[in-house]
Structures are given as structure tokens and as C-alpha cells.
Design a protein around this ligand. Structure first.
Ligand SMILES: [Zn+2]
Length: 74
């Protein structure tokens, strides 16, 4: 009887540990996804959304390409 109780407790702990592991893995994955998601900026000329790393800044204004930056200035 005591053996069964110990076994049951062990199973419950194992399940809880597995659930916790799965949950923390899920959180890690979503944090990673958040880090991978870049801020999007809108081109002042054509309105296209561009990731900040591809953005062309001209006079502190965001553009999708150098062409649109030049065209907006003239
Ligand atoms: Zn543009």
C-alpha cells in the first residue's frame, strides 16, 4: 500500500516535471520568436513596411530604398 502511494507520488512529480519542461520550452520559443521579429517601419514615400535593418534613413525619415529617399527629397 505504501509502495503504491510512493509510486503514485513519483508519477505525479514526473508528469508535473514534464509539463513544466514543456511549458518552459514553449516560453523560450516564443521569446526567441519575439527577438527574431524586427521592428517594421513604413516608407515615407510609398508606404511599404520595411524591417529596420533594411531601412534607408534620409533626413531622419524612413524609406524602403535609396530611390524613394531621393525622390521624396526632390
Ligand atoms: Zn518606398
Amino acid at each position: 500500500m505504501i509502495f503504491r502511494l510512493i509510486l503514485l507520488t513519483a508519477v505525479v512529480f514526473a508528469v508535473l516535471w514534464l509539463l513544466k519542461r514543456l511549458f518552459s520550452e514553449g516560453t523560450e520559443a516564443s521569446t526567441e520568436a519575439k527577438l527574431k521579429t524586427e521592428n517594421m517601419r513604413q516608407c515615407k514615400f510609398c508606404g511599404t513596411h520595411v524591417p529596420e535593418s533594411l531601412l534607408v534613413l534620409s533626413n531622419d525619415q524612413p524609406y524602403c530604398c535609396q530611390d524613394h529617399a531621393d525622390r521624396d527629397q526632390s
